[in-house]
Design a protein around this ligand. Structure first.
Ligand SMILES: [Zn+2]
Ligand SMILES: [Zn+2]
Length: 398
């Protein structure tokens, strides 16, 4: 099936975005809000924002958030917002330092993802994007991995409350989507699929192929852990060998994706080696999948990505352009106005000059019996998960 772009039709996209997102700021920390700021700037300079409808986020209420987090934890986040010495529930750690206004900043991002989800579900937009969202590590009782409130779980709960029967979640962040998996581990209405670096080599240490869900949710957690060093072609081979198969078989009403870009070869926190070009291809695949299996209903969230100047702005600008059905060629030059703006801010780092890295991903199709770590990883996931969907792990057409 063709993408909307190939059909010559633009997609109708809501971008939930407000400057107050930038208040989610841990200070000296990899999760700097600069990455979002310069992304929106690049998208604007390339004319991508003109193709989207921008919707202001609204903070999630305490009542909304109780669908995701315990009252004790929400009280802890409030306390941490006014007490710089707060320690507890994962807050005040090196990963999740506390800062003034933390509760409001996190609630705004969570509300943004909830709003984006409902824009799509209610038909106000075909696709919606919240690049500040995707905070997939936050747990019911604790902050984790730079994530204070789990906007993904809130968005999916909002979809279920609004009448969705089946929600498929695909997480392509380099880290396992543990908080989302945990929230829905025994819920048959939500399929969580996570493609990530092998947890034996990376935070958070979960996400083995053997984690497939529990009770009535047996089969609805799918994990595809990849060897360190996996690059564009290998990543896309693995994705194609698992994700479309299980998502199609699940027959979702809507596709929710976490589009973390810390799979990039320059990312300081992880060890996969994708290029911008490969990441762009991944977004194209997710977009196609939404049209193929979910009637075009697609909620795209951000996530990790710590190449704040060289990776995140390019990759998520590609995400926005792809969602709008007007992808940007990777050969496109970065506008001088963007570079000048960053220089005026005192940023001296080497900045990219083009929207891609000169690669043309050419993944070959997966075949059973491969002996590499990557092929064994693909087989392990198919062996664990495919039978639970009535699919044949050894049939490459499945
Ligand atoms: Zn579309
Ligand atoms: Zn991550």
């Amino acid at each position: 099936m063709s993408t909307a772009a190939e059909l010559g039709r633009a997609c109708d996209v809501a971008l939930v975005w407000g400057r107050d997102y930038l208040r989610y700021d841990f200070g000296e920390h990899p999760m700097t809000p600069i990455r979002l700021d310069v992304t929106v700037l690049l998208a604007r300079e390339l004319g991508v924002l003109d193709r989207l409808r921008i919707v202001e986020p609204v903070a999630a209420t305490e009542a909304d958030l109780r669908a995701v987090h315990s009252p004790e934890y929400l009280a802890a986040v409030r306390a941490a917002s006014v007490d710089p010495g707060y320690l507890g529930h994962g807050l005040g750690s090196e990963d999740n330092p506390v800062f003034p206004g933390m509760y409001d900043a996190a609630a705004l991002i969570a509300g943004g993802s909830q709003l984006a989800a409902l824009q799509v579900w209610n038909g106000q937009a075909e696709h919606a994007v919240n690049i500040a969202g995707g905070l997939h590590h936050a747990m019911r009782e604790s902050a984790a991995g730079f994530c204070v409130l789990n906007d993904v779980v809130l968005a999916i709960r909002a979809l279920l409350d609004a009448g969705a029967q089946r929600v498929a979640y695909v997480d392509i962040d380099v880290h396992h989507g543990d908080g989302v998996q945990a929230a829905f581990y025994s819920d048959p209405r939500v399929l969580t699929v996570s493609v990530h670096q092998d947890p034996r080599t990376l935070y958070p240490g979960t996400g083995l192929a053997s984690e497939t869900g529990a009770g009535p949710g047996q089969g609805t957690s799918v994990n595809l852990p990849l060897p360190p060093g996996t690059s564009d072609d290998g990543w896309l081979r693995a994705f194609n060998a698992v994700v479309p198969g299980v998502v199609s078989a699940f027959k979702p009403d809507i596709l929710v994706t976490q589009c973390g870009c810390d799979t990039h070869h320059e990312d300081p926190l992880a060890d996969l080696t994708l290029t911008i070009d490969g990441q762009r291809r991944a977004y194209e695949q997710l977009h196609q999948l939404a049209h193929q299996v979910a009637g075009g209903k697609w909620l795209a969230l951000g996530g990790g990505g710590y190449g704040a100047l060289r990776c995140v702005p390019r990759t998520w600008t590609h995400l926005l352009a792809e969602a709008a059905g007007r992808p940007i060629p990777v050969s496109t030059e970065i506008p001088q106005s963007w570079t000048d703006d960053l220089r005026r801010r005192g940023i001296e780092a080497k900045l990219p000059t083009r929207m891609g890295e000169g690669r043309e991903p050419q993944p070959h199709a997966w075949m059973p019996g491969g002996e590499s770590w990557l092929d064994r990883a693909i087989s392990a996931t198919r062996d664990s998960s495919y039978p639970l969907f009535g699919l044949d792990p050894d049939d490459p057409r499945d």
